[in-house]
Structures are given as C-alpha cells and as structure tokens.
Design a binder for this molecule. Structure first.
Ligand SMILES: [Zn+2]
Length: 261
C-alpha cells in the first residue's frame, strides 16, 4: 500500500508525510495554485527532498488566477491585508481559497491512481474546521466516498489529524523528526516569520502548548506579540479545539477510527 500525501510545505502536511513515511511507502504532491508566496512551495520541495520521497509539483497557476479576487492568499490580491491576531477570529475568512482542497484532492487522486497509490492523505486538523469548510470531517467523508466511486474503489482518503489540535501535531511530528525549520507557516511570506499573522500566532501557540522549542526564526517582538494574543484569547482557543464532537458516517479510511476489515 502506497499513500500520496498532499504536501503544502506547512507544519501539518509535513508531519503527516514524516509519520506516514515511517509506516509505509509514500509519495508527495504539491500544487502551485498561484499562492501569494512561492516560499511555501519552495519549502515543500526542500522537505520532500529531505524526506527522500518522490515529489510531484502540479502547476495550477491558471486555476489560481481564475479563482483569485476574494482570498488574501492568492497572487493578485496583494491589496488585501493578511489578518493579524488570533486565528479563531472571523477575519480569517479572507484566507479561504475557494474550494482548494476539493481541487487539489481531485487531482491528487488522479496522480495517486497513476502512481499505484491506494490512499491520498490530507493534513487537515481540528483548528481548521471553524474557518475552512473543505477541512471539516463531513467534507472528508464525502470526498472519500466520491473518490472511492470515481476510481472504481482504488483510492481512499485519510485525514489522521482531523480531530487533533495543532499542538498535538507538533508532538506527533517530534516523534518522527520533522525538520520544523524547513516548514513554512507565515501568511505574510516572511523568513524569519513575522509572528503577527494569524498562522504565525497559531504556530507559536502550538509549540508552546506542546512544550517543544520552535527552531523557526521570528522577527523581533513577534513571539511576544503572539503570546499576548494567545493569552487574551485562551477561552476562544479552548472552544475551537473541543469542536470535534462530530462523528463521521463513513469512517472506513480514518486510521484513528479504522476497524479491521
Ligand atoms: Zn507571519
């Protein structure tokens, strides 16, 4: 059994790549969808090389241009500011890339079929549910069912982190030696990271909760800013992490819930 991991270059998909690689054969696929900061794609490339896995990079820049306009994360939207502060804020809606995971998973399933993979793996986690509709358990359930039918039962979908917090992913990734310094998180595309955008705040919070030192460099004052935001939003954070009470109807391919069959 071989798994195709959708690798963004961020923490979650990288931890997934390293964890699944320890369990079996994996390949990685990344997408150039015209993301505002190509630095993320460069991270994916370096991480795949470091992991020693076959890496497919798919050019979807035309698609990115066609769906740009409402998301702060796509090229051409440089006038839309990336939100600062806590990631649970409603203003994170501006970072939604329309139907991104459906687009990527659909193509990844085709690549997976061509490469004799039987699963595609998504790094979505519980903290994504509130903002991103294509990261929620019911979406993953439906995607699994859809791809299973579309590929004559060849390809299934796993999302092992779907009920995990970002901090739990840090703990998980530590077990598999994830080179966190090669990942990219900052929505402002900065290296060192800014520490102020919502994803930087989320990252700093996750490493703090996990008790792991983040090897990423941050701009002066960034970490302090992030920690002050987290302290002010501690109650909101708890409500996000505990939102995973939904039990999927189709649990066939979710390893955390898989029954032997
Ligand atoms: Zn940032």
């Amino acid at each position: 059994m071989k798994t195709m991991v959708i690798l963004s270059g961020g923490m979650d998909s990288t931890a997934l790549l390293y964890g699944l690689k320890a369990e079996g054969e994996v390949e990685a696929v990344s997408f150039d969808y015209g993301q505002r900061h190509k630095i993320e794609l460069n991270s994916a490339l370096r991480l795949a090389i470091r992991a020693g896995v076959t890496h497919h990079i798919i050019d979807l820049s035309d698609v990115g241009r066609a769906i740009a306009g409402k998301s702060a994360l796509l090229a051409g939207a440089e006038d839309i500011p990336v939100p600062e502060g806590h990631y649970a804020e409603a203003n994170m809606a501006i970072t939604v890339v329309p139907n991104r995971n459906m687009i990527m998973a659909s193509i990844a399933a085709g690549v997976a079929w061509a490469r004799d993979c039987t699963l595609i793996a998504l790094g979505v986690h519980a903290g994504d549910h509130a903002v991103y509709p294509d990261c929620r358990p019911d979406f993953v359930d439906a995607l699994d069912r859809t791809l299973f039918l579309a590929t004559e039962e060849r390809i299934g979908v796993i999302a092992p982190f779907i009920y995990m917090s970002k901090a739990q992913i840090v703990t998980y990734g530590e077990q598999y030696g994830v080179p966190w310094e090669l990942t990219h998180t900052c929505y402002n595309g900065k290296r060192p990271h800014c520490g102020r955008c919502s994803t930087c705040v989320e990252r700093i919070e996750a490493f703090d909760i996990a008790g792991v030192e983040d090897p990423m460099g941050y701009e002066p004052g960034g970490v302090e800013y992030a920690r002050s935001v987290v302290a002010a939003k501690a109650a909101a954070e708890a409500s996000v992490v505990s939102s995973g009470s939904y039990v999927p109807k189709n649990i066939r391919h979710l390893p955390l819930f898989r029954q032997d069959d």
